[in-house]
Design a protein. Structure first.
Length: 99
């Protein structure tokens, strides 16, 4: 089977998303795998909606490389959202040792 076949299956993206989120839980040193995992789950939802015809001509998944652009956009947006959430949470801290 070709790479295009596997990367156009929403089930593959769900499995990849779960594996990446589990890797983030096991490796808590950096937030690297979480945005990719959430992006993979979002990519699975987009592919499923495309296959059911709910997206129309808005987005087209014809080859494997068409799946990488939504993955990148979703992952970067989740990463930026996590950074904003982290900054807002840090600013509310009332630790006496923060200068």
């Amino acid at each position: 089977m070709e790479l295009s076949y596997w990367l156009l299956l929403p089930q593959v993206w769900v499995i990849l998303g779960i594996v990446l989120i589990a890797a983030e839980i096991l490796d808590t040193s950096t937030i690297f795998f979480l945005p990719l995992g959430v992006g993979s789950l979002g990519n699975a939802a987009l592919i499923l909606l495309y296959q059911r015809g709910a997206l129309g001509d808005w987005i087209a998944f014809d080859a494997w490389d068409d799946t990488l652009i939504p993955l990148a956009v979703l992952s970067v947006s989740v990463s930026l959202g996590l950074q904003l959430f982290s900054r807002r949470r840090r600013s509310k801290s009332s630790d006496i040792n923060e200068y």
